[in-house]
Design a protein around this ligand. Structure first.
Ligand code: ADP
Ligand code: MG
Length: 686
């Protein structure tokens, strides 16, 4: 039997277990669903007619085209009007049993049906592709000369088909009569978890047509079936190297199938994990197993453990989504091991991406619309946070991120989406990512005599989106220096760790994956009370008004939500569904460390969350208010005539204000438009 006959009998006869005709039923419902594609499982073909399956695998283009003819003739019988209306039908093959790895796609696969998984990193805008050209002779006027371009390769007829004319090169395209379909290119990259350690991810270009267009967004994980092809990018000249470019012609896309390869956990592993979790010292053991080659940093390691395990994501009855992931920032002097810690977490965490603030691609951390210099093609490309969706993104040198990212990352960290509207592309991409970031202080080193805000190189709006911030100072300390140096030297000397980590890395990976999958802790009453007490305690000392003005606000609901996530993560580490009093206390400990270091006013010693969230302490804000008032009064006395800046400064200094601060305040007020400068060196109120 020929392929046409085989296809026909496959479609007409293939049944499921209950004896239902799978594909006949599908064809009958196509019109009602407005579908142009018949989706066929390769396994069904294999089961029904192995020879046909093999033919499709070896000669996909030809045999699928024949299949599509069969499909058309069937639709013409079932619903001739639908055939007339749609005209173009596709057969899309799914569920290939033999998948290849993206990086294994080589010449041997050219022209064969292949299937692989990957993550979409870029999509171009959809373009119309001409599949049937209609031409008219400019000399004799004979029109409607039709030519099909089955692969969309433009190949117009050379000679007029009119017997009397037969002129060469006289044909003009009649665009309004041509047939177009949607065409799009997408770029797929290897999944981070499939990437061999230390390798750069590889990617491949996919061409897709018609109803597959716009099915995939950057960040989506997809399984794709199609054919690897080669195409010359330029005219090959005799004597030049005959290299071709490869691309993949996509036949079908499945979004649901290419889920994360979750780490496999055997029954034996599971038993080990459950045994481990019963240890009363489990949290300490986990902490000690993180980056064991890095000495110290206990609190940071404990915080990272909570990040790895994560809290419980929830949805409120009114539809608000509460994230379970936390974000941590390490700010520290150079050479304290920040980058090493990040690299370690990347190796350990099941779904992790390591990047630097500058980003390793043009898309940076979030996403970008990029125009190709040569072709003018517009591509939406996903940045690191989108690729790390549902995982952890390690961002080193966070303070050096691009200006575009600085704007977009706010949304990513709070809403877990990235919206982009540029050059006609409007899209919202998912970025459900925990961020572990490292940054250097403003002048390279942390200055303990300055307010934290002056030490930080990042806008306060960004800082406040981190649940925990740690300052890692490199202060000389005889005892510690000795221990740390011996620790480092021992490792270099013997290449073994001074103390073996309590949980070996492979098991810890499985432990984390297991806990994330199986455990969903909720607050107990005791835990709830503990957090409530802590919150109330800090709020009580906040905002009290005395003769010097209101006291600073020490904590806000944002930190309270962080505390819940941190407590839940601790419960997960114990594989417990209940967040206990101790979990809540542990979370409070971590939070205290952050607040003590970053929200403490160096002058008054009071906690002030505004120093993190707005970059100005209540004390300096009060001072600024005072300066504003003095400047205001001086200007008022001048009856709204311009006053020399020098005079204002002198008068303000007389009143006991700091000269530099006054100059800064005037400068800032002119910039805001509160003051304006009619002549140089003079200001007045507008
Ligand atoms: P950073 O990113 O903070 O500037 P790195 O992570 O690059 O610093 O660390 C510099 C080097 O010093 C690394 O090789 C690291 O292993 C070593 N190092 C720094 N701090 C420690 C520590 N506490 N324990 C062990 N090694 C350390
Ligand atoms: Mg570094």
């Amino acid at each position: 039997m020929d392929i046409l006959g085989r296809f026909q009998s496959f479609i007409e006869e293939c049944e499921d277990e209950d004896g239902q005709l799978i594909y006949m039923d599908k064809i009958r419902s196509m019109e009602q669903q407005g579908s142009r594609s018949l989706h066929i499982s390769y396994n069904d073909i294999l089961r029904h007619d192995p020879a046909l399956a093999e033919e499709i695998r070896l000669n996909p283009e030809e045999s699928i085209t024949i299949g599509e003819e069969v499909l058309r003739s069937m639709i013409s019988q079932i619903s001739p009007t639908y055939l007339e209306k749609v005209n173009l039908f596709h057969i899309r093959i799914h569920d290939l049993t033999d998948k290849v790895l993206l990086r294994a796609l080589k010449t041997e696969h050219l022209g064969l049906l292949a299937c692989f998984e990957g993550i979409v990193i870029g999509v171009t805008e959809a373009k119309p592709l001409m599949i049937r050209g209609v031409f008219k002779c400019a000399v004799c006027g004979e029109g409607n000369q039709m030519v099909d371009f089955p692969e969309g390769i433009y190949s117009p007829p050379y000679q007029c088909r009119n017997e009397q004319c037969q002129r060469k090169g006289s044909l003009l395209v009649q665009l309004e009569k041509c047939t177009f379909i949607d065409w799009q290119k997408i770029t797929i990259q290897e999944k981070p978890e499939e990437l061999p350690p230390g390798q750069l991810p590889q990617s491949i270009m996919i061409h897709i047509l018609d109803d597959l267009v716009d099915r995939a967004r950057p960040g989506d994980r997809i399984e794709i079936v199609g054919t690897l092809k080669a195409r010359a990018t330029r005219l090959l000249k005799r004597g030049t190297l005959a290299t071709y470019n490869k691309f993949f012609q996509g036949n079908s896309i499945d979004k649901e199938k290419a889920e994360y390869i979750d780490i496999e956990i055997s029954e034996e592993d599971e038993q080990k994990i459950i045994d481990l979790s019963k240890s009363p010292l489990i949290i300490q053991k986990i902490r000690e197993s993180l980056a064991p080659s890095i000495y110290g940093h206990d609190l940071v390691k404990e915080a990272i453990a909570t990040l790895l395990f994560g809290g419980t994501a929830k949805e409120t009855p009114d539809g608000m989504k509460l994230r379970g992931e936390s974000n941590i920032l390490l700010i520290g002097d150079p050479g304290v091991g920040k980058s090493q810690i990040l690299k370690f977490v990347q190796r350990l965490a099941p779904r992790a991406i390591y990047t630097t603030g500058k980003g390793s691609t043009a898309a940076g951390l979030t996403a970008a619309v990029i125009r190709d210099q040569d072709t003018g093609e517009i591509t939406l490309e996903a940045g690191a946070l989108v690729l790390a969706d549902q995982g952890i993104a390690m961002v080193d040198e966070f303070d050096k991120m691009r200006a575009d990212d600085r704007v977009a990352i706010h949304e990513a960290m709070e809403q877990h989406t990235i919206s982009i509207a540029k050059a006609g592309i409007v899209a919202t991409l998912n970025a459900r990512t925990s961020i572990l970031a490292a940054a250097n202080p403003r002048r390279g080193r942390w200055n303990p005599y300055k307010d934290p805000a002056d030490n930080l190189n990042l806008p306060p709006t960004l800082l406040s989106r981190f649940d925990l911030l740690f300052v890692l100072e490199d202060k000389p300390h005889p005892q510690e220096d000795h221990e740390k140096a011996s620790h480092i030297l021992n490792i270099h000397q013997s290449q073994t760790l001074p103390v073996e980590p309590p949980i070996e890395q492979e098991l810890l990976r499985k432990y984390i994956a297991y806990a994330r999958r199986e455990v969903h802790p909720r607050l107990s009453d005791e835990a709830r009370d503990r957090l409530l007490e802590y919150y109330k305690e800090l709020r009580q000392v906040s905002g009290k008004v005395d003769e010097k003005g209101p006291d600073p606000i020490a904590i806000t609901p944002r930190q309270l939500e962080s505390l819940v996530r941190l407590s839940e993560a601790r419960a997960k580490m114990r594989l417990s569904d209940e967040v206990t009093f101790e979990d809540a206390s542990g979370a409070v400990n971590l939070m205290n460390a952050t607040l003590e270091k970053l929200a403490k006013d160096t002058e008054t010693g009071k906690l002030d969350i505004d120093m993190v969230s707005s970059g100005i302490s209540a004390r300096s804000r009060r001072k600024l208010d005072q300066i504003d008032a003095v400047i205001d009064r001086i200007l008022e006395q001048a009856d709204d005539e311009p006053v020399a800046i020098k005079d204002i400064v002198d008068k303000a200094v007389e009143e006991g204000l700091d000269k530099a601060q006054v100059v800064k305040a005037i400068d800032e007020m002119t910039r805001r438009g509160v003051l304006f400068e009619p002549t140089t060196g003079h200001v007045k109120r507008p």
